[in-house]
Design a protein around this ligand. Structure first.
Ligand SMILES: Cc1cc2nc3c(=O)[nH]c(=O)nc-3n(C[C@H](O)[C@H](O)[C@H](O)COP(=O)(O)OP(=O)(O)OC[C@H]3O[C@@H](n4cnc5c(N)ncnc54)[C@H](O)[C@@H]3O)c2cc1C
Length: 491
């Protein structure tokens, strides 16, 4: 039986492990952390369960983007909760004592209809916009294999928005729910913007009970198929002989392990994968340097908030509150200009029990505390997090009246926390920044110069549950003998 080693148990690693186990490989997943899942990890505080990365997905209904993938991975029967179809995301602008709110509805027709009711002169533009998102979303998988929508890789998302929408306010609205990606006028490619927005317009879902269920389900299937999933096991080095990856050296609770493999898939950030190949004779410096120095997307600050019972109604939608004067396409992640409020689905009743507030946070704001271990970063760092929490609450409260009074307790995490728990360099939320002016550099092949070593995960092509799942299939399709895996799953 051929052996496969997977480095990292994020969604990408576990899905690749699942596919390879299903195709007869003896799979071992190695995870450096205490818990599996990477950005799917959850944690408990005072009896409340919080997510770390993943919060909601799009496209789960039959015929939609994520459905065939999650069907194949056996994830459809988790307790998904559909968000309000007439407003799954609410985009809010606040400033100068004014507040404006715009609903994002499910279904491309409804999406256009509800925004055209507010911006009637833009109905045609909205139709073109929604049709283009759908076209790119429907064809994105093929596009990575061929060239049917090659333009979306080298086209600016912001340019696309300006081409189709004349009204400046509507442009802001269509950009105002985009903390699910890093909006940047000078880099964000259309394919990232379109694929993500399209899947949420299809349908939007929270997962009752947290994202770790996804990781646990995939891991238990791998084990059922004869594989192993080992936590607290850090890969230190990828071994090679004559240009072929042959195994890894790892460390588990102080003990060194040597594991041999016929196929190795790394779900670690590509720069981390390069660090595991520092002695490689097959990786040329030009390749290593290129990958190691690609810029990353911003990190995230999260305030995990426990609420007093019976104080705040559960909202079955996400609320994105933006300052009217902020430039969404040139975000200033040193300031709190936008915040996403995500409510956890309560066990029962109409009141919310806990919620998260998320806002981008610059690495520079926390980098000086990186030298200190978690929990001992000092009063200055704690004060910084308190200040950021206060800014997030003040912004969110403008749309969620009574929020502050309803708060029982707050816990926080910064990009430093993400660095500690997922190994993502600079605590980047969505991995390597994609650049439409340089798609050849930032859209990466799962193949590496080392035979039998492949990469997967959010930095390669696309981030998020959908993007990483598609990338897992693309990665496995590069393994000799598994070339048809995409048609098996997606057709
Ligand atoms: C704050 C935040 C909110 C998000 N919200 C959403 C959302 O609502 N919806 C959505 O679809 N997506 C969301 N995302 C994105 C989504 O969570 C990620 O794109 C996805 O989970 C990344 O999976 P991955 O497998 O690529 O990487 P990761 O989850 O980062 O996993 C990589 C794993 O590799 C391990 N590893 C690294 N190096 C080694 C080593 N040397 N040895 C062993 N193990 C190693 C790490 O410990 C980690 O567990 C969010 C992300 C963040 C940060």
């Amino acid at each position: 039986m051929d052996r496969a080693i997977i480095i990292g148990s994020g969604l990408g690693g576990l899905e690749c492990g699942f596919i390879l186990a299903k195709h007869g490989y003896e799979v071992t997943v190695l995870e450096q952390g205490k818990h599996i899942g990477g950005c799917l990890q959850t944690f408990h505080r005072e009896g409340f369960l919080f997510d770390t990365g993943f919060h909601y997905v799009g496209g789960l209904d039959e015929g939609q983007s994520l459905h065939p993938l999650f069907k194949f991975f056996g994830l459809l029967d988790l307790p998904w909760k559909r968000l309000d179809e007439d407003c799954f995301d609410e985009c809010v602008f606040v400033g100068d004592g004014r507040q404006e709110s715009f609903p994002f509805a499910n279904g491309h027709g409804n999406f256009v209809k509800s925004l055209s009711a507010i911006f009637p002169a833009e109905e045609d533009g909205l139709k073109r916009y929604a049709a283009a998102l759908k076209d790119i979303g429907d064809n994105i998988f093929k596009a990575f294999g061929g060239n049917s929508i090659g333009e979306a890789f080298s086209k600016s998302a912001y340019g696309f928005l300006c081409e189709n929408i004349n009204d400046e306010k509507l442009r802001k609205v269509l950009s105002g729910t985009s903390l699910k990606m890093e909006l940047r006028q000078d880099t964000l490619p259309l394919y990232v913007f379109a694929q993500i927005n399209n899947s949420f317009i299809q349908s939007a879902w929270r997962l009752r009970g947290g994202g770790s269920q996804i990781a646990e389900k995939l891991a238990s299937k791998i084990v059922e198929m004869g594989g192993k999933v080992l936590n607290r096991t850090k890969v230190l080095r990828i071994c090679e002989i004559d240009g072929t990856a042959t195994g890894v050296e790892a460390e588990s609770e102080g003990e060194k392990l040597m594991l041999e493999a016929d196929v190795i898939v790394s779900d670690a950030h590509p720069a981390v994968t390069m660090s595991l190949l520092s002695e490689s004779k097959s990786i040329r410096n030009i390749y290593r340097n290129r990958i190691t120095h690609l810029p990353d997307t911003y990190g995230m600050f999260t305030a995990n908030i426990a609420l007093k019972p019976g104080k705040l109604k559960y909202l079955n939608r996400n609320i994105y509150v933006n300052r009217t004067d902020c430039d969404l396409w040139n975000p200033n992640d040193s300031k709190t200009e936008s915040v996403l409020a995500h409510f956890y689905v309560p066990e029962e009743g109409e009141y919310a029990t806990h919620l998260d507030l998320m806002s981008p946070m610059a690495w520079d704001m926390v980098s000086e505390y990186a030298r200190e271990p978690r929990g001992r970063r000092g009063e200055e760092y704690e004060a910084l997090k308190r200040r950021k929490t206060e800014e997030c609450i003040a912004l969110a409260e403008q749309r969620i009246p009574g929020l502050r009074d309803a708060i029982a307790q707050v816990w926080t995490s910064s990009p430093l926390t993400y660095l500690s728990y997922t190994g993502s360099p600079f605590g980047s939320a969505y991995g390597i920044r994609k650049d439409f002016s340089n798609p050849m550099l930032t859209v990466m092949s799962p193949r590496t110069p080392l035979r039998n070593l492949f990469m997967t995960g959010q930095s390669l092509n696309l981030h998020g549950m959908l993007g990483v799942s598609m990338t897992s299939v693309m990665t496995c399709a590069c393994v000799p003998g598994l070339e048809d895996v995409a048609s098996e799953i997606l057709l």
